[in-house]
Write a protein that binds this ligand. Structure first.
Ligand SMILES: C[S@@+](CC[C@H](N)C(=O)[O-])C[C@H]1O[C@@H](n2cnc3c(N)ncnc32)[C@H](O)[C@@H]1O
Length: 265
């Protein structure tokens, strides 16, 4: 029982820190180191086996309204802080400083396996929903495969910073970033692979909407996190079986998110 209390206390503590640091974001790199340390600690917490047990035990018990609200709040605040951390990384690159935190290493080490057996080739056209301020997924995919990559985001600052990063790190690569909704992309029918960022809250609604807009062979990689990982990711959801079918699940215990692959039903 004591362990559980400690687990909840840890969560409250993380929530307060995320809330404080996101509130202090001022479009400069002030507070950058504090946030990096917090996100690295949180990533370790999310992938820690003993916390997994504490989570499972809590799930078996009747969870309180307080706990449920804490989980929802943590998911939202940590997503916001990850987006801010990408902004810090983009600002630092502008100042000539490129370094890797554990969080970014964790994300980047897995991009190659994103589509499982549905490989991206130089002829592919990849769409990333939620490209962020430091678009490492488009950069790595375009660099390693030669594919055309389009990233969309709803945040103006993320698009501007992201373009700057691509200009600096992706010279000659076929990458475009746009602030637009997927239904307004006129080449959406040509897209062969789609990736959803895990921290896009409406990702399953957008997937549903994409069914009619996309071609028959499209492959979708949905990043998600269930159970303990749902503290840092929007979780998986049932899809409309008339529209999409799950064809592969890529579970990665040491990573902050997992991946579900969908094709048209
Ligand atoms: C910072 S990135 C995080 C990338 C991280 N590697 C992941 O997989 O979640 C997430 C981005 O998604 C964007 N975003 C959130 N909701 C969105 C939506 N409905 N459509 C497009 N982008 C969205 C945010 O503005 C943010 O820049």
């Amino acid at each position: 029982m004591n362990t559980l209390k400690t687990f909840e206390e840890h969560l409250s503590d993380f929530f307060e820190k995320f809330d404080d640091l996101s509130g202090r974001y001022d479009h400069t790199i002030n507070n950058c180191s504090e946030l990096e340390i917090l996100i690295d600690d949180y990533s370790k917490f999310i992938t820690n086996e003993s916390n997994k047990e504490a989570w499972e035990q809590l799930e078996r018990e009747e969870s309180s309204d307080f706990f449920n609200q804490l989980v929802v709040g943590l998911r939202k605040k940590s997503a916001l802080c990850v987006a801010i951390m990408e902004k810090y990384r983009a600002f630092k690159l502008q100042n000539g400083n490129v370094e890797m935190t554990d969080y970014f290493q964790n994300i980047e080490s897995c991009i190659e396996k994103e589509f499982g057996s549905f490989r991206v080739t130089s002829k592919s056209k990849v769409l990333l929903v939620g490209s962020g301020s430091f678009p490492m997924t488009p950069l790595l995919i375009a660099k390693r495969t030669g594919a055309e990559v389009v990233g969309v985001d709803i945040d103006d600052e993320a698009i501007n910073l992201g373009r700057n990063v691509v200009e600096r790190l992706g010279a000659g690569l076929n990458i475009r970033l746009e602030k637009t909704l997927v239904e307004n992309l006129d080449y959406i029918k040509d897209v062969t692979h789609i990736i959803f960022s895990s921290t896009v809250e409406s990702k399953y609604d957008i997937l549903d909407q994409l069914h009619i807009l996309t071609n028959e062979n499209v492959v979708v990689a949905m990043r998600y996190g269930d159970q303990l990982k749902s503290l840092f990711n929007y979780p998986s959801r049932e899809v409309d079986g008339q529209k999409w079918r799950q064809v592969e699940k890529i579970l990665r215990p040491d990573h902050v998110f997992d991946i579900a692959l969908y094709k048209k039903a």
